[in-house]
Design a protein around this ligand. Structure first.
Ligand SMILES: Cc1cc2nc3c(=O)[nH]c(=O)nc-3n(C[C@H](O)[C@H](O)[C@H](O)COP(=O)(O)O)c2cc1C
Length: 331
């Protein structure tokens, strides 16, 4: 069994990665239904939260049904990060996660996200103080290092563990790599194989098939997999991996009725959460992924992504179900 603080998880849990503009409450709820063992919010700016910026505050919303859920925050200023803990706690998450991995220039240039990989002492101090400030488990998500010449992840992970970090998720790329090249899981396995490590070590980066998840578990010996891009448009990825673990076989491709049902519920949850206008608008980006690879689909996709009234979008789903009910998906 794997534990994050007192949260008990099954062997080799699957975690939904924090993803900006993707890991919102409706998407997280769908992933949870389909087997994700822990879900994380997209990253939330500590400075934004302190200013009470509406966009940041909205990201704190969580549904009961998605627990256990981690709220991910980023920042590099000690005072702001500590104040942020107090704000975040009011949303009653199960976990607080610190983003020490975001490679984007506007974040890194302020010393936050992966920028902190240039100052391991600050990374350690921030983690230590945040752990002291809350009774919730504090986890960290980070990268292998700043660049190829500065990979010290074994030491970094040990130091974070020693100041009370409850679990660490490591994306097998450096900041310099951004998203290029293949994720390297070997340094993550070195972290796990360090005999001093006792907190869970989760691997992240390029887990894009059930076989790759099995490889991370069996060949690299990690404690669980954090999954990002493979779940976009495919919240079923979690159950596909679990089915493969249990049977050694692939789950049958997700059928059209299941896809339409997910799209419907996604839209419904988004409207309940953000209201009609924003709900309709922000769910649009998911439809292409749910309905990928269907011939002669453009007319229906256009209806889904251009209608401003949810009634028209729901009607488009009904039409799709009627017309393409028997379409055979390949995955
Ligand atoms: C659209 C998108 C948004 C992301 N936003 C975040 C974020 O808010 N916080 C974070 O720690 N990582 C973020 N990431 C990185 C992912 O969590 C993950 O580390 C990365 O995609 C590699 O995993 P994957 O190969 O399974 O996608 C984002 C990635 C994508 C594709």
């Amino acid at each position: 069994m794997v534990k994050i603080g007192d949260i008990e998880l099954p062997d080799f849990p699957l975690l939904l990665a924090p993803m900006e503009d993707v890991s919102d409450p409706p998407f997280r709820a769908l992933c949870k239904e389909q087997g994700a063992d822990v879900v994380y919010t997209e990253f939330i700016s500590s400075e934004g939260l302190i200013r009470d910026a509406a966009k940041s505050v909205m990201k704190l919303d969580i549904y009961e049904k998605e627990r256990p859920v981690g709220i991910q925050i980023f920042g590099a200023n000690m005072e702001s990060m500590l104040k942020t803990i107090d704000i975040v706690e009011k949303s009653k998450p199960d976990i607080i996660d610190i983003n020490f991995g975001c490679p984007v220039k506007k974040v890194v240039s302020k010393g936050a996200g992966a920028g902190i990989l240039k100052d391991i002492c600050l990374m350690e101090q921030l983690t230590a103080e945040m752990v002291k400030r809350t009774n919730l488990p504090v986890t960290v998500k980070t990268r292998l290092g700043w660049d190829h010449n500065s990979i010290k992840i074994v030491e970094v992970a040990e130091r974070l563990q020693d100041v009370g970090c409850a679990a660490i998720s490591i994306h097998g790329r450096t900041r310099a790599q951004m998203y290029k090249g293949d994720a390297d899981w070997k340094p993550i396995a070195e972290v796990k194989n360090n005999p001093r490590m006792h907190i869970p070590v989760f691997g992240n980066g390029d887990v894009n098939s059930p076989e790759r998840a099995a490889e991370m578990r069996d060949s690299y010996g990690l404690d669980g997999a954090m999954i990002g891009r493979a779940s976009i448009g495919n919240p079923w990825f979690f159950k596909q991996v679990k089915h493969f673990f249990e049977t050694g076989e692939h789950l049958a491709p997700i059928s059209m009725p299941e896809r339409v049902d997910a799209a419907r519920r996604h839209l419904k949850m988004a409207i309940d959460w953000k209201g009609e206008t924003l709900g309709v608008f922000e769910t649009r980006r998911h439809y292409t992924n749910y309905f990928r690879g269907i011939p002669h689909f453009k007319e229906y996709r256009m209806k889904m992504v251009t209608s401003d009234d949810s009634k028209d979008v729901f009607a488009a789903f009904d039409e799709v179900l009627e017309k393409f009910a028997d379409h055979q998906f390949t995955s």
